[in-house]
Design a protein around this ligand. Structure first.
Ligand SMILES: [Zn+2]
Length: 337
C-alpha cells in the first residue's frame, strides 16, 4: 500500500493526494513545529489564566475522564503534581476494560491522592449499542477518519456522563488525556456551549434510542442540566499544549506502579474492545482507525515514522477479537428488562 513518505497516511485515507515526492496534502498543509510551539505557549497561558480564575477553594477543580490508559494516567499526574489541582477521576467501565487497567487505576488514584468514581453502565445496553454502531453507519465520515465507530460510541457515552457529573457538582473543568495526535490544539480548551451540546446529544440519542429505548437518557443531559447553563464546564485537553513524549510518559507512569496490560491491542493500554473496533474499521473503510493519530504524531515530531509504521502493521490478536465478539453477543442477553 502506498503511504506518504513523510507521515504514514495511506492512499486509502479519505481526501488524500500525493505530490511528486510522495508527500501528502496533509503534510504540505502543516505549518511546522515553530508555529505549533507558539500555539502551545498560547494555550498553556490560557489554561493558567482560566485555572487562576476558576480554581475552587473546596470542591474539585477538575473531573478527569480517566481511562486508566497511559495518556490519561500521565495527564492526571501532571494536573495533580504540577498544577496542584483537586481532582475527581471518573472511569467508565464499558465491560471491556482490561483487568490490569482497573488495577492500574486503583494504584494511580491512591498514589496521586485523588477521589475516584467507577461508573459501569448496563452491559446489555452498551453491548447492543456497540454491535449496532459497528454494523450501521450512524456517524459522520469525518469523525470516522480518526476513530472507529465502536470507539466513537463509547466516547460519546463517556463525554456526556462526564458532562452530567461536572454540571451537577459544579466542577469547572473536564480534563481529557488525548494525545497531541488525537485532538488538534485549536480545540484543546473550550467552554461547553449548551446549544451545541443539545444538538450533539440529539444526534447521538436519535439512532441509539431505536436500539435500547429510553434507557439511553440515563447517559445524557436532561432539561434540568440545560437549565444550569452557568455550571457548564470547560473541556481541557492538556497534552495538546504540554510536553509529550511517549517514552518519557511510560517511564514516569511506570514509576507510579502502572503496568502495561498484555491483553489489549497495541494501540490501547486499557480497552479490549478496541481490537474489534480496529478490525471492523479496517474491513469497512480500508484504513486503520489509528492512522490519523499516528500520522499526526509523526508529522508534529512526537514519534518516529518507523515506530508508527510498526504500530500500524502489528496484527491484532484474533483470540481477543473472538473473546470480545462472544462477550458482546452474551452481553446483549444479560438483562430481560
Ligand atoms: Zn503525510
Amino acid at each position: 500500500m502506498k503511504r506518504c513518505t513523510r507521515c504514514v497516511l495511506p492512499e486509502t485515507f479519505p481526501g488524500i493526494k500525493f505530490d511528486d515526492e510522495g508527500v501528502c496534502n496533509f503534510c504540505r498543509a502543516y505549518k511546522g513545529r515553530e508555529h505549533l510551539d507558539k500555539s502551545r505557549e498560547k494555550y498553556r497561558k490560557r489554561f493558567d489564566d482560566l485555572l487562576a480564575k476558576h480554581r475552587r477553594k473546596g470542591g474539585y477543580d477538575a473531573l478527569m475522564a480517566y481511562s486508566g490508559g497511559k495518556d490519561s494516567t500521565y495527564t492526571m499526574a501532571v494536573l495533580r503534581n504540577t498544577y496542584n489541582m483537586s481532582i475527581l477521576a471518573l472511569t467508565i467501565d464499558n465491560g471491556f476494560v482490561s483487568p490490569q487497567a482497573l488495577e492500574n487505576s486503583r494504584k494511580v488514584v491512591e498514589g496521586l491522592g485523588v477521589d475516584y468514581v467507577l461508573y459501569k453502565p448496563r452491559l446489555d445496553v452498551l453491548s447492543k449499542l456497540f454491535l449496532y454502531t459497528a454494523e450501521k453507519n450512524i456517524y459522520s465520515k469525518k469523525g470516522l477518519e480518526r476513530a472507529s465507530s465502536i470507539c466513537t460510541t463509547c466516547m460519546g457515552i463517556v463525554k456526556f456522563v462526564a458532562l452530567r457529573m461536572a454540571i451537577e457538582s459544579g466542577i469547572p473543568f473536564i480534563t481529557y488525556g488525548w494525545s497531541p495526535g488525537q485532538a488538534p490544539i485549536e480545540s484543546s480548551i473550550f467552554r461547553n456551549n449548551p446549544e451545541m451540546i443539545k444538538k450533539m446529544q440529539d444526534a447521538y440519542i436519535q439512532p441509539m434510542k431505536q436500539v435500547v429505548g429510553d434507557e439511553i437518557y440515563n447517559y445524557f443531559l436532561t432539561e434540568e442540566h440545560f437549565g444550569m447553563a452557568d455550571q457548564f464546564p470547560y473541556n481541557v485537553n492538556p497534552l495538546a499544549f504540554l510536553e509529550y513524549d511517549e517514552h518519557s510518559v511510560m517511564q514516569q507512569i511506570s514509576a507510579m506502579g502502572w503496568e502495561k496490560p498484555d491483553d489489549t491491542d497495541p494501540n490501547s493500554t486499557n480497552c479490549l474492545l478496541n481490537a474489534l473496533g480496529i478490525k471492523v474499521h479496517k474491513e469497512k473503510f480500508g484504513f486503520h482507525p489509528y492512522v490519523h493519530e499516528l500520522a499526526n504524531l509523526v508529522r508534529k515530531g512526537y514519534m518516529d515514522r518507523a515506530e508508527a509504521l510498526a504500530r500500524l502493521e502489528e496484527e491484532t490478536d484474533p483470540k481477543i477479537v473472538d473473546m470480545v465478539q462472544k462477550r458482546l453477543e452474551k452481553g446483549v442477553k444479560t438483562s430481560t428488562t
